[in-house]
Design a protein around this ligand. Sequence first.
Ligand SMILES: Cc1cc2nc3c(=O)[nH]c(=O)nc-3n(C[C@H](O)[C@H](O)[C@H](O)COP(=O)(O)O)c2cc1C
Length: 212
Amino acid sequence: MDLESNRREYQYGHLDRETLEDSPFSQFQKWMQQAVDAEIQDPTAMSIATVSAEGRPSQRTVLLKQFDARGLVFFTNLESRKSTDIAANDAVSLHFSWLAMDRQVRIEGRAEKLKVADSLKYFLSRPKDSQIAAWASPQSRVLETRSFLESEFHNMKAKFLDHEIPLPTFWGGFKVVPDLWEFWQGGEHRLHDRFQYSLNDEQNWKIDRLAP
Ligand SMILES: Cc1cc2nc3c(=O)[nH]c(=O)nc-3n(C[C@H](O)[C@H](O)[C@H](O)COP(=O)(O)O)c2cc1C
């Protein structure tokens, strides 16, 4: 397989300091809105990297469900590998890969568990089958067979028939509170635009252009 000749020019656009928002949250909101408007696939999909107590990094895709001026929220099983990592080490990084727009966003920060009331509010907004799937799946554990999972799903469906489905104690959200952001826009001749926002001692965002 010839991968070496697989290349393209990045011509979608430019990123410059004059049009950049002073707050990374506003910049992110602007780019997210543009990604949604451009109808790229799964604009809310992001990789989250965690590091275990032993210092072993791992990453996986989750969906961004909420964000505000403090952080970015995703939901998951609280006994999963990622959650076990976060319990031991709350430093995480997020990555949005919007390649259809020649863009990526990198975020570093700390993950904090949402209040149960906030997780419950989101859980109740999910389709019933998704709520049941949360109950049925011991996420990240070894399964002997797929049929175990399917029978757990059916058992839970029967158990909660005609009931409001409660929030599992092992399921909820995390808010990632960023202290470093990078917005990357691919450029022609590999002269990409990169802007980093870092928090200074006064808790203000400092903006630097980085070399590609
Ligand atoms: C497009 C996509 C969206 C996903 N969204 C979520 C999500 O929001 N929450 C989640 O727990 N897992 C989600 N997953 C599954 C995770 O990538 C991962 O397999 C799972 O969370 C277990 O990861 P862990 O064992 O490292 O904890 C998603 C996977 C894909 C490909």
